[in-house]
Ligand binder design. Structure first.
Ligand SMILES: Cc1cc2nc3c(=O)[nH]c(=O)nc-3n(C[C@H](O)[C@H](O)[C@H](O)COP(=O)(O)OP(=O)(O)OC[C@H]3O[C@@H](n4cnc5c(N)ncnc54)[C@H](O)[C@@H]3O)c2cc1C
Length: 433
């Protein structure tokens, strides 16, 4: 199926060909076309309402501006997607409950919306954007090279001969197992993840507060997110030592794990309305984000640890950075396009490299280091540190600002005062805010 409002002949070269019509791909398609580019959007799923099942869909506040620009916010509100106005982190020192400063505006918020709702919504906007030709049920099977530069892709659709689609720029938005990255031979670094992940949807009052997103933070992790359609997604991310129990009896291991969380969900108060969905092996992947004539956005370029709920936000954001860096170069020749790609590469590195480094380090399953212990402990005791942690987790500041010496020093003072007051040893589990 090919749809679109531009009368582009099938074999005319495009300005951009985008492989993958999910969050990153649709975002890039919409923004390029709005900037006047002719875009081919290629998606292997046949149905426009296809969606990614393996996702917990917590969207960080850092993605809000681009979601607004795309026109998603009124649609999300209409669909009943809850804003995540309130978060609570359990740590062994107690609950961290970030709140806005008295009298000031609320904390930055994101959304939690099932991909079943989000993906078709976003794809519809892309398909209806003038300048986007969408090819559904079409798989990218190779790239076309000329003089060491990528100038197009090969595409196969069932019952149709394989064809070439040429463009000034090829964008791989085809997810963590990106074929475009492989065909383009972009370098890849993979880091082991020593946690695995399972989640399920519940209907009913399973959480202590139905409008709060919860995270249980430690070596073994869990989280619970109220989402659209009145459902709550409850996820666990245990260390791999738990894997044999989960392999042996998934339902029993998942239920026991969730049941042991301090002040955790009460599964008996709700009904499970989905299978228990998950994955047992999910290494973190970072790829070179661009080469001559080609760029990667979203998971194709950088796929992080699901426990931080950032992949969707970074898919929106990386697509935006690419479009900003290249939209004015597409008709200016290969050298200009590649200059734009270098700018994109620099932006992505500056924005994500240090964050991915910290996340990869924690994905080893190691216990918290001394700085993390200082910060998390202080955040349970001090509202300024709690807000700071929330701002970083929302991906609104970078690692440098997150770990600034004055922040660590403040955390040290907070914890010292706490010790001097003799509050040591208060049970985290017993404190319910
Ligand atoms: C267990 C789990 C929980 C998660 N929870 C969260 C969370 O709470 N919050 C969050 O922000 N992120 C979360 N993520 C990560 C998030 O799902 C991804 O980061 C996000 O989907 C990336 O979007 P994308 O558009 O880059 O890629 P994808 O959504 O993977 O889309 C890739 C698209 O490319 C298409 N495609 C692939 N190959 C081809 C081809 N050869 N030809 C044509 N089309 C192709 C696919 O069909 C698909 O539509 C989670 C991930 C996991 C595994």
């Amino acid at each position: 199926m090919t749809t679109g409002n531009t009368p582009t002949t099938p074999d005319a070269p495009y300005d951009v060909v985008i492989c993958g019509g999910s969050v990153a791909g649709c975002t890039a398609a919409i923004l390029y076309a709005r900037a006047g580019a002719r875009v081919a959007l290629i998606e292997r799923h046949k149905k426009p309402d296809a969606y990614k099942v393996l996702c917990n869909h917590y969207i960080q506040p850092s993605a809000l501006p681009i979601m607004e620009e795309l026109g998603l916010l009124p649609l999300l509100d209409e669909a009943g997607a809850p804003k995540t106005l309130s978060v609570a982190w359990w740590t062994r020192w107690g609950w961290i409950r970030p709140e806005s400063e008295h009298g000031s505006s609320p904390l930055p918020y994101g959304y939690n919306v099932r991909r079943e709702t989000l993906d078709p919504m976003l794809r519809k906007i892309a398909m209806e954007t003038p300048g986007v030709d969408t090819m559904l049920g079409a798989t990218v099977t190779g790239v076309v090279r000329e003089n060491g530069r990528i100038v197009g892709v090969r595409v196969r659709r069932a019952g149709v001969e394989e064809r070439e689609i040429r463009a000034a720029l090829v964008v791989g938005a085809d997810g963590r197992n990106s074929s475009v990255a492989k065909f383009a031979e972009l370098a890849e670094k993979s880091v082991k993840n020593n946690r695995f992940s399972f989640f399920a949807y519940y209907r009913g009052d399973v959480l202590p507060k139905s409008d709060v997103s919860y995270i249980w933070f430690g070596k073994d992790m869990a989280y619970a997110n109220p989402t659209d359609d009145g459902l709550t997604a409850i996820a666990c991310a245990p260390g791999k030592s738990h894997l044999p129990a989960f392999r042996d009896d998934l339902e029993s291991a998942y239920t026991k794990y969730i049941g042991r969380l301090p002040n955790g969900p009460d599964l008996a108060k709700g009904e499970r309305v989905s299978k228990i969905i998950g994955t047992t092996d999910y290494p973190l992947i970072t790829r070179e984000s661009a080469g001559p004539g080609v760029a990667l956005v979203g998971d194709a370029g950088l796929c992080s640890d699901p426990i931080w709920g950032i992949g969707v936000g970074w898919a929106f954001q990386s697509a935006t950075w690419l479009v900003e860096a290249t939209k004015d170069t597409l008709t200016a020749g290969a050298d200009e396009v590649d200059r734009g790609l270098s700018a994109y590469r620099r932006t992505r590195r500056a924005r994500l490299r240090a964050q991915q480094f910290l996340i990869s380090d924690y994905a080893t399953g190691r216990p918290m280091n001394a700085i993390e212990r200082q910060l998390f402990a202080a955040a349970t005791r001090d509202e300024v540190t709690a807000r700071h942690l929330h701002t970083y987790a929302s991906r609104l500041i970078g690692v440098g600002e997150f770990l600034a010496p004055k922040v660590i020093a403040r955390a040290g003072v907070v914890n010292l005062r706490h010790r001097l007051r003799g509050d040591i040893g208060r049970s985290a589990a017993g404190r319910v805010w």
